[in-house]
Design a protein around this ligand. Sequence first.
Ligand code: FAD
Length: 419
Amino acid sequence: MSETEQYDVLIVGAGHAGAQAAIVLRQRGYAGSIALLGDEPSLPYERPPLSKEYLSGEKPFERMLLRPATFWADRSITLLPGRTVGEVAPQAHRVTTADGTGVAYGHLVWATGGSPRRLTCAGHDLAGVHGVRTRADVDRMIAELPLVERVVVIGGGYIGLEAAAVLTRLGKHVTVLEAQDRVLARVAGEPLSRFCEAEHRAHGVDLRTGTAASCIEAADGAACGVRLADGEILPCQMVIVGIGIVPAVALLLAAGAGGGPEASNGVTVDAYCRTTLPDIFAIGDCAAHANAFADGRVIRLESVQNANDQATIVAKTLTGAPEHYHAVPWFWSNQYDLKLQTVGLSAGYDATVLRGDPADRSFSLVYLKAGRVIALDCVNRVRDYVQGRALVTGSARIDPVLLADTAVELKALGLAAVG
Ligand code: FAD
């Protein structure tokens, strides 16, 4: 094996978390060598537009770059694109890339995200069946779109719904299949799910809940339809699968790191984002951590916020100012002209308060647990989102009647919070 490279900090995965770790290290004056190694061929870019403005053609790839090429060169951050790590040797402080090259490190930051979870049914690997994770995934979809009239989206989560909204606007006939009894069931309360379902239907989407695909039908080696459990076949030329991700941690687990199914299939990290392996951190979508906004439960978050904030925690530790991860989670999604914004984590809520009327297409859903505000989902209501953050961070206990009163601003309620 050749061993030609060595870096003080080697970051594996050049997505949101990896790029941010390199950026913040330099911002904080870190003087050692830094390499950002990733298997995608391009400069680090924003992933959220992939299912939104990039798919719709409204945002060119150049405007999705996290930083221009000169930024990395000016800060002596070595980019190693198009390279895949295939093995981690923690005791030797070395990784090996797919071409057999060894890369030695002082500290390793594992920021590999995950890959789209695949269907297991017959036809899952046919041409025309797509996951949505990388620029290459979406470029393949865009190339096929001129010959596509009908699309079936499997999975009514954020990515599936965003893709459905874009493709409907592009004039495609879109069917969304959600196995559970409502869309967004994993992340949102029922009023938001029902609102989103109604919006999609109003835009012409054939949205079916409680409906699972049993296989993908093939013609000439490509998908030509989706068969449902009751035997109905939905003809289509494209299938989009949005059923979550599988975190890319197999190599770290094989190297002895803690994690696996009990850690939401991620790699376990402590409050400083350290794995159980020496000098190896993990951040972003792949990192299972005890989250204060989930009552300390070990979870993975799949958001730009979490990627950026965990990257900052690692940079602080490596520059001698260690700090616990304690960032309030936030997330957004755009569908049609709707701006959905979430702050906090709603899992485990025992009550909700509707603030505003969904019929106005501007409302917030406030989640309470034991009388305290734990999260808000805001639809076209930026002010609630901004002001609600303080209620979440302070676990504010507020009379639900007041919370529901849109005449009262949330920031005023924060002051009135008791206990
Ligand atoms: P990633 O950004 O996925 O980066 C990981 C990188 O590591 C990838 O380039 C991967 O190819 C690479 N890699 C993996 N294994 C290896 C290996 N062995 N060797 C080398 N490289 C490797 N979040 C929001 O907050 N709001 C949104 O609106 C939103 N929309 C989204 C829309 C889409 C279509 C997608 C896919 C995600 C969206 N997200 C959104 C989630 C957000 O993009 C992710 O949470 C974020 O990208 C996570 O950053 P990461 O660095 O952990 O992983």
